[in-house]
Structure formats: structure tokens, C-alpha cells
Design a protein around this ligand. Structure first.
Ligand code: SF4
Ligand code: SF4
Length: 433
């Protein structure tokens, strides 16, 4: 199929920018519109400018100079994109939309910086000591039930407190010592900023579940934020700096696999090669490191995973966009849940649609985020499941906060937490027999 629009002329209005370097991706779009019905912002806002096809037209206009890079409307429509990459899955022409979006944001933020709240968050995530302090404050607010109290406040602050409240563990944990006769190689965990800060029990559950399936776990010192928030917000240099630090740290670990239990972080690390494509000193190292990265569900699915003890619970599953669309992993998380005897998996309508979290999107584009979340909550309610499983901290907090604010008793939980609880139940049954 030929494009209905001409390709961008050789003359470029914004030479030397990330977007001008990505113009081949813009040319790949044939404007067929197959992506429209997959796009949550198009379905929500019903404006072609808030669709993938419309945004690509705007990108083209920036490159050919028919629109200036400081155009306020262009910025609005680009800012409203969730970066969920559902359009990539739907696109028959292989348009690298996620890459185009990051290149566009990197170009636009050079003209007009992100809002202060976004810059503050990116600043904190790039500084481990500051981030540890922020996470400690969050844990104190959670432990003292301050987050529960403040989650009743209206507006974004109340929603942020509900997000924090939703990180309270939804799974009862019994201790067990994971054992396995299998030898599947060594793995080291990207502990992650939010995962280690607010979901540390899930990180420990991840290590136990992998050990129970034959992976020898090792720790990696010196690891940092993966850089996904920075890349998605247009801070491409910030993302590259964090990627280089992680490459150096994980090279020292020498584990066969770098395992990630946060879908957004895993997608970012698998793309370190592209992120550092223009850096001769780091590109090869980045690509080599990326080839070792696995989502936790991938490694567990490769191992079976081995079934645990009975856990009679009804669960529905919501697919994180960066697992389904960016990493193209649809079945491994379902295999993790299928390894839990007694678990009844109830299908979720619209599981493939974004929940509206999208990194820090829910904090800087609250209205659209809420409107994208609403049908997700309605679909979860229709399943009548008391738990919704999803493998990404942003989704866990967005859906968890939405459920909490709606007064629903359903809890969001990581699939690995359920497998770990199943192994704990098995160990308890063996001790009792
Ligand atoms: S990334 Fe998601 S929100 Fe953005 S254009 Fe693609 S489908 Fe729409
Ligand atoms: S992004 Fe892909 S699916 Fe969407 S209009 Fe362009 S070619 Fe078609």
C-alpha cells in the first residue's frame, strides 16, 4: 500500500533534532487508520488529532515546517498520548510509534520544558538518595494510615494518596524456603524504584518464585532507575545517563538473565540498544545487555512454571501495555496464573486497553487519565472478581487507586504474588502432613 501523503521533502525544518532523525518512521505510516480503534485517547476524546494517525500527521508537519515546534495545539495532542503503544500492535505497516513519540517529546521539550511537577518527579528518580527518602516518606504515610485518610481528599493529591494506599499488600504471605532440582541458570533482579520502594514484598516473592523454578538468584549493586519515565517525558539524555549506569552495573553481575517484574522498566531495558544507537562507545554494550533482559513471567513460563498449592480465589487479568504491546508478551503472565491450583481466571473485557497510568501521565493529565480509567473499572466490576492481576507498578497503583476511590473491595495484585502465595500454601501443607 502506498502512503496517501507525500514523503517528507529532503529539506527539514528542524535538522539535528531527535524527530528529524526519526523521519523514516513517519514515512512508514500509510494513513490506513487501522490503529484508530486501538487508541484509548481517540476512543475517549473522539478527535483525530488525539489518534496515532493524527499525531503522526502533526509530527510530519513539524518536520516539514508547516507547523512550528512551539505550536501549543501540537504540544497538547502529543502530551495527551499515553504512550501505551496499542497502535503499534494494530499497525500493519510496522510504524515504530513509541520511538516517534519519544523523539517528538524530546524535540518539543527543548523548546518548552515539561511542567514543574513532571520535572520534579524526573529529578527525584534520577537521584537514588533522594528517591529513597521519598519512598521512605511514602511507606511512613502508608504505615500510619495517613494515606488512607488523605485519599478521601478530592483532586490529584487525593488520587496520589489512593495510589499509595493501594500499594498495601493484598496477599497474605507465609514463609517458605524455595527449593528446586532444576538448574535454569542465574538471574538477577532489577529491583526498580517503585517496586523496591513500595512493593518490596513483591520483589522478594519474585526472587522466591524464580528460585522455586530453578533459577539461581544473585544481587546486583549499583543499579539505578531504568530511565523509562525520562525517555517517555522527552528527557532523552537523562534516560541515556541512567541506562549507561545500569549497563555498567549489570555487566558486573554476569548473571545469565536480568529479570524485571515491572513491565514498563522491562520494555525500556530491552530497548537500551535503540536508546544508545547514536553512542559508539555504548551501543554494542547496550544491545548485549538488552538481550539478557526478561520479564519475570517469561522466565517462569519457560520453566512451566511448576504448580504450587491450592489457592481458591477468583482473579481477572489486566495486561500492562508495556508487556502486551511493547514487549508482545500475552501468554506468559496467564501461564503464571494457570500454575496456581484452584485459581479461577475470569476474562476481563478490554484487558488490552490502557488503564490510564502511563508513567506520570495520571499526575500531569488527570482528566484524560480518569476518563480512560473509568471503563476499566466498570469492566473489572463486571467480572465480580475480588482480585485483578497485572504486572506493572504503575498499573497496580492506577487501578488500585481507582478501585479504592470507587469504594470497591477488589484489590490489584501482581501475578507473581499469587504464584508465591501458592508455593507458600504448598509448603505449609507439606509441613502439616
Ligand atoms: S500510544 Fe496509545 S494513546 Fe498514544 S497514539 Fe498510540 S494507542 Fe493512542
Ligand atoms: S500508524 Fe500504522 S495503522 Fe495507524 S494509520 Fe499509520 S500505518 Fe495505519
Amino acid at each position: 500500500m502506498k502512503s496517501s501523503l507525500p514523503t517528507i521533502p529532503d529539506t527539514c525544518a528542524i535538522p539535528g533534532t531527535p524527530l528529524s532523525d526519526a523521519r523514516a518512521g513517519i514515512d512508514a505510516c500509510v494513513h490506513c487508520g487501522f490503529c484508530l480503534q486501538a487508541c484509548p485517547t481517540y476512543l475517549t476524546l473522539e478527535d483525530e488529532n488525539d489518534s496515532p494517525r493524527g499525531r503522526i500527521v502533526l509530527m510530519r508537519a513539524l518536520v516539514d515546517g508547516s507547523l512550528p515546534v512551539d505550536d501549543g495545539d501540537v504540544r497538547t495532542h502529543i502530551d495527551r498520548c499515553l504512550g501505551c503503544r496499542a497502535c503499534e500492535t494494530a499497525c500493519p505497516s510496522g510504524v515504530p510509534y513509541g520511538h516517534l513519540l519519544e523523539a517528538t517529546r524530546a524535540t518539543l521539550t527543548r523548546v518548552k520544558p515539561n511542567p514543574p511537577v513532571a520535572r520534579l518527579i524526573l529529578f527525584a528518580f534520577a537521584r537514588p538518595a533522594l528517591l529513597r527518602l521519598v519512598m521512605l516518606g511514602g511507606r511512613i504515610a502508608r504505615a500510619t494510615r495517613m494515606s488512607r485518610l488523605l485519599s478521601r481528599l478530592p483532586g490529584r493529591f487525593g488520587f496520589a494518596m489512593a495510589m499509595l494506599e493501594s500499594t498495601r499488600s493484598a496477599v497474605k504471605r507465609a514463609r517458605y524456603v524455595p527449593r528446586s532440582d532444576a538448574e535454569r541458570g542465574t538471574a538477577t533482579l532489577l529491583t526498580g524504584c517503585v517496586m523496591e520502594g513500595l512493593f518490596a514484598p513483591t520483589n522478594r516473592a519474585t526472587e522466591r518464585a524464580l528460585s522455586a523454578n530453578g533459577y539461581a538468584m544473585t544481587a546486583t549493586a549499583g543499579q539505578r532507575c531504568c530511565g523509562a519515565l525520562h525517555a517517555h517525558a522527552g528527557d532523552d539524555e537523562g534516560a541515556r545517563q541512567l541506562a549507561r549506569a545500569n549497563i555498567a552495573a549489570f555487566e558486573r553481575s554476569r548473571a545469565d538473565y536480568i529479570v524485571v517484574n515491572a513491565a514498563g522498566c522491562g520494555a525500556m531495558m530491552k530497548e537500551y540498544g535503540q536508546l544508545l544507537a547514536g553512542d559508539a562507545a555504548w551501543h554494542e554494550r547496550a544491545a548485549k545487555l538488552a538481550s539478557r533482559v526478561r520479564d519475570v513471567s517469561e522466565l517462569l513460563a519457560e520453566a512451566g512454571p511448576r504448580p504450587g498449592g491450592a489457592l481458591p480465589v477468583k482473579v481477572t487479568y489486566d495486561a500492562p501495555c508495556h508487556l502486551l504491546h511493547a514487549q508482545r508478551l500475552a501468554t506468559p503472565p496467564l501461564r503464571v496464573l494457570a500454575a496456581v491450583p484452584g485459581l479461577e481466571l475470569v476474562p476481563l473485557d478490554g484487558s488490552e486497553h490502557c488503564c490510564g497510568s502511563a508513567g506520570i501521565y495520571n499526575l500531569i493529565e488527570p482528566d484524560v487519565s480518569d476518563r480512560v480509567l473509568a471503563p476499566k473499572l466498570a469492566n473489572i466490576a463486571a467480572t465480580r472478581a475480588p482480585m485483578v492481576a497485572t504486572g506493572n507498578p504503575g498499573c497496580l497503583m492506577q487501578i488500585g487507586a481507582g478501585l479504592h476511590r470507587a469504594g470497591m473491595t477488589c484489590r490489584a495484585v501482581h501475578p507473581v504474588d499469587l504464584l508465591d502465595a501458592s508455593y507458600a500454601a504448598q509448603a505449609a501443607a507439606e509441613r502439616g502432613s
